[in-house]
Design a protein around this ligand. Structure first.
Ligand code: 13P
Length: 282
């Protein structure tokens, strides 16, 4: 199937599509492998921070290559770019979707930067995600202390003045590990879903949410769920476990393979639930 846009992938089934953060070749391969083993579409994403690290254009190139060779639909996605320059860089690398995150700006400024990126992206057939409201937690290595829930009135205005393929919402979700039990404002989500119409809604901060919360979110119209921290945790725990089994070997061949496999297993569990399993909990 290969490389597809966000617009295309979010229409492929009536659940939500899992979007997983990648950082290197092995996590990227694990994510695609998990999707292939289930024959389900997947979104392979990298944050603008990791993509902009020296030498990491190669990770972007690997992501695009993996998507092109995959037996399932794969959207290659730039996550949380606050500037149009990184969006253009990702588009040049061959990404099929970018997120321009103007959620820290005023509504007018957010609309303006979103339109600037959308104009360039759409001319090249690339999808765009935007965000309204702000999530607390660690985003691209930087701490956002103050969350701001998405204002439904802003949703109406924003969507009438932009042409985005997905809208990320802030309903109590947070990036990174939750401090205490996460509480999501489903009433707010329902109101937003009543306004957003055909525009798919996106849930960031998937690590640490419960299956019941995922299911309710999907029922109310969430079409893409982002998982970042859980990829890192799965990968690093597999790395440490495998190394500790034979400390003196420093096995640079088998350790990354174990990390890849562990990521693939985690991805399978999530993808299956987001696509199908959620129905049993609503
Ligand atoms: P988590 O790290 O909390 O899973 O969030 C990932 C995310 O939303 C990336 O945009």
């Amino acid at each position: 199937m290969g490389l597809v846009t966000l617009k295309e992938i979010l229409k492929m089934h009536d659940g939500a599509v899992g979007a997983f953060s990648t950082y290197d070749q092995y996590s990227a391969q694990g994510i695609v492998q998990g999707a292939e083993e289930l024959s389900l579409p997947v979104i392979l994403m990298i944050g603008s921070g990791p993509l902009n690290k020296p030498g990491n254009d190669y990770v972007g190139q690997i992501m695009v290559q993996l998507a092109k060779e995959a037996s399932v639909p794969v959207c290659v996605f730039l996550d949380h770019s606050k500037d149009d320059k990184t969006c253009l860089k990702a588009i040049k690398l061959g990404f099929s979707a970018v997120m321009i995150d103007g959620s820290h700006l005023s509504l007018e400024e957010n609309i303006a930067i979103t339109n600037k990126v959308t104009e360039a992206a759409k001319a090249l057939g690339v999808s765009v995600e935007a965000e309204l409201g702000a999530l607390a937690g660690i985003e691209d290595g930087e701490e956002v202390k103050q969350a701001k829930m998405t204002d439904p009135e802003h949703v109406e205005k924003f969507l009438s003045k932009t042409d985005v393929d997905g809208l990320a919402v802030s309903i109590g979700n947070a990036h990174g590990l939750y401090k205490g039990e996460p509480k999501l404002d489903f009433e707010r989500l329902q109101t937003i879903a009543g306004i957003s119409g055909e525009t798919p809604l996106i849930l960031h901060g998937g690590t640490g949410l419960t299956l019941a919360q995922f299911a309710k979110g999907v029922e109310l119209g969430i079409k893409k769920i982002n998982i970042g921290t859980e990829v890192k945790k799965t990968y690093i725990e597999a790395f440490i476990d495998t190394h500790e089994k034979n400390v003196s070997s420093y096995d640079m061949v088998e350790i990354p393979q174990a990390c890849k496999k562990a990521v693939a297993e985690m991805v399978k569990e999530k993808l299956e639930f987001f696509a199908n399993g959620w129905r049993e909990l609503v």
